[in-house]
Design a protein around this ligand. Sequence first.
Ligand code: GDP
Length: 140
Amino acid sequence: MERTLTILKPDCVRKQLIGAVIDKIERAGFRVVAMKKTRLTQATAGEFYAVHRERPFYGELVEFMSSGPCVPMILEKENAVADFRTLIGATDPAQADEGTVRKLYADSKGENIVHGSDSAENAAVEAGFFFSAEEVVRVD
Ligand code: GDP
C-alpha cells in the first residue's frame, strides 16, 4: 500500500465540486485516510509550494492557493502516487486526457482543481504539513 497527498484546491471548493471529485477518487479505488477543510495563508501556501519559488507563476500560485478554503486528504491505494496523477490528468486541463478530473473540471493550468504528490517521499512530507499523527486514522 502506498499513500499520496491531495488537496482539493480553492476553485474545487468554490465550484461545489468536493463531492464530485471525492466520488471519482473513491470509485478509482483510493481510501481516504485523513481529510479536513482548511484555509492556507499566503505564508503557508508559499511554504507548501516552496519548490516552485523561482518559477514565474509562484506569486499567482500562492495567491490562488490562499484565496479560499481547500480540502487536503491523505489517500491510500497500491501505486497511489502514480495512479492518482493518472486520475487527475496533466497540469494544464487542455492537455489532460478525457475523463480525468482536470479535464472534466479545471479552467486553467493555474486553477486546476486538485494537487497530487509527485513521489511517495514528497507525499509523506506533504501529509505532515497538514495532518498530525492522531488525524491519520484508517478505520475500516
Ligand atoms: P502538478 O504537479 O500537475 O500540480 O504541476 P506542477 O508541480 O508543475 O505545478 C504546481 C502547480 O502550480 C500546478 O498544479 C498549478 O496550480 C500551478 N501552475 C503550474 N504552472 C502554472 C502556470 O503556468 N501558471 C499558473 N498560474 N500556475 C501554474
